[in-house]
Design a protein around this ligand. Structure first.
Ligand code: GLY
Length: 355
């Protein structure tokens, strides 16, 4: 088992990564939350039939009284109604401040479980057990929790660091291919903004990291280490953490315009491709590096462009929660492995995106 330690300003915790990592859940939960008597396991309808029994057995074996909350899979259910359902379940079961929430699923689940935990009784512990590649390398680490509202994704939420993140690589065996591919959007993003070794490893693996679980574990570990270093420096997203938004300002607009039917990681890949093209036109990124990065995206079956117009991107981006005042923080990659935060007005961003 590999361990990444996250030293966020508000809390320190470990991310445990390995095949069959879930087998340590009971003992770890008992050790980290010795006063907890009850656990709410939050999961969704695709994941629960696969792993809920295993997780419940672990917790019950360690003496916890377990309550489950299973919601309908999908981004459309990432809303306040489901959160209220979680609050009510905990209240009915008599949860106190020392009890715990477990998030078992992809990014939607870990974001919602974290948000329910951050708000119930003004905050109780959450242990995250991500089951998708995207949630393992990104969503479950770093304490961003929340829900969507009609105006946009993740518009309501809280920073709430988990007590533990358990990443069981064997859970990726059941992940559909398209969902795995989506996760590669965030994996390649880490390579582009900060990790040349990861870039090289992904290039050498030639598009097939799924078949080799040891390699997959190493790649997940590298990504979690990258994310942990950023969160350790800037938990509240005021500086370096914003570089993790590479491709996201554009990607979120594409995602929202599709009514959230296009997967997040796919939209991020499109957004990264669009920003790379703009950087090449602006002369801040070499065409050679841009082509190498796009080749890596293509190698992992990710798109590199979209039909969306600069006008639509800019209008959508001006409603994004990442906007501060009148300016946007646009993340640029100036060479492979190195990102920059550039403040742009609406007009500057439009000019940057336009041919
Ligand atoms: N997903 C980007 C972040 O956690 O900051």
């Amino acid at each position: 088992m590999r361990t990444v330690h996250v030293s966020a300003a508000s809390k320190e915790y470990d991310v445990l990564i390995g095949i069959d990592a879930v087998r340590s859940l009971g003992a770890e939960a008992k050790k980290l939350c010795p006063k907890a008597l009850k656990a709410l396991v939050v999961s969704e309808t695709n994941v629960a039939p696969l792993y809920l029994d295993t997780v419940n057995d672990q917790l019950e074996g360690a003496g916890f009284e377990v309550t489950d909350y299973v919601f309908g899979a999908g981004e459309q259910n990432k809303n306040i109604t489901e959160i209220a359902g979680m609050w009510n379940k905990m209240a009915e079961a008599g949860f106190t401040r020392t009890d715990i929430v477990i998030g078992l699923g992809g990014g939607v689940t870990t974001d919602m479980a974290g948000f329910a935990a951050s708000t119930f009784l003004r905050g109780i512990s959450v242990i995250q057990i991500p089951t998708s590649l995207l949630a393992m390398v990104d969503a479950s680490v770093g304490g961003k929790t929340g829900i969507d509202i009609p105006m946009g994704k993740n518009q309501v939420g809280a920073f709430w660091q988990p007590t533990l993140v358990l990443e069981d690589i064997s859970f990726l065996r059941t992940l559909p291919d398209d969902v795995f591919t989506e996760g590669m959007g965030e994996v390649t993003k880490h390579a582009f903004i900060m990790d040349l070794d990861l870039f090289d490893k992904l290039e050498k693996a030639n598009g097939s990291i799924r078949v080799d679980e040891e390699l997959l574990e190493e790649i997940v570990y590298m990504n979690v280490s990258d994310k942990a270093s950023v969160v350790g420096e800037d938990e509240n997203d005021n500086g370096r953490r914003q570089t993790l938004n590479f491709g996201h300002t554009v990607g979120h607009v594409i995602e929202r315009d599709s009514g959230f039917t296009k997967p997040h990681g796919i939209c991020v890949a499109k957004g990264m491709g669009i920003i790379m093209d703009a950087c090449v036109r602006a002369g801040t990124l070499s065409a050679e590096d841009a082509e190498k990065m796009k080749d890596l995206l293509r190698l992992y079956k990710l798109p590199v462009s979209d039909e969306i117009t600069p006008e639509v991107i800019v209008e959508g981006a001006m409603n994004d929660k990442k906007k501060r005042g009148d300016t946007l923080s646009v993340i640029l990659v100036n060479k492979i492995g190195s990102a920059e935060i550039k403040k742009m007005t609406k007009e500057e961003f439009l000019e940057f995106l336009s041919v």
